[in-house]
Design a protein around this ligand. Sequence first.
Ligand code: NAP
Length: 242
Amino acid sequence: MIGKIALITGANKGIGKEIARQLGAQGMTVLIGARDPERGQQAAAELKGGGADAYFVPLDVTNADSIAAAAAQVEQDYGRLDVLVNNAGISADGGPSSALTLTMDSLRRTYDTNFFGVFAVTQAFLPLLKKSPAGRIVNMSSGLGSLAANSDPNSPYAAIKPLAYNSSKAALNMLSVTFAAALKDTGIKVNAADPGYTATDLNQNSGPRTVEQAATEPVRLATLPEDGPTGGFFDENGPVAW
Ligand code: NAP
């Protein structure tokens, strides 16, 4: 993995920072995408202190100018991108079961980050990924985005139905399948990862899993060999039902 360039969005904390740490430990140069300069620089410095070749890249995934500037910076500094992890995500439902009370503003804000942001960042970085001999895109989805799990009354997720978050991740899964199909004749693989319910700020640190565990599958998908899958949805146990 030495010499490879990876960009992780929303990498200043949580699972994204841990993905950056693990990819850095494998020898990749890791670009810490973050919307807040102080938080981004701090995370990059921390990872650098741990031995990673880590750099902060200003990137707000909801801002077209910021995305364009980040792509221009990576182009100028490296001329290509090997790995893009679309990790930045928010949960703005305001409750676990919100279809009846969800506001249009919360729905739009969620989609701005979790879906439109991924679309915009992916399109902006595709020219650089195409310059890689083996581009890899990993989209951070969730088991909560699984239509199969949501429609099964016996699923552990049956009672957890924040409409904005869950539907944004279901849409992200479709984005993953669709980009994978569009890129099937290139070396670029596109997969969706479910990190599992993990203690981070996203859920007020309520999840039982650690960020180290959560990063395992996205890191595997970011480092897939040439004969690895594309257009799939995986957790560490294998394929997840759509
Ligand atoms: P987190 O600790 O809240 O981290 C989210 C990251 O996204 C932060 O760095 C945040 O930056 C960044 N971010 C939010 N909006 C952004 C924007 N507009 N531009 C750039 N960065 C932005 O959450 P996490 O649990 O690590 O979540 C990471 C991903 O895993 C998300 O996509 C989430 O949906 C997914 N996931 C998490 C779980 C879980 O149980 N934790 C389960 C399944 C899937 P700031 O610090 O500036 O806010």
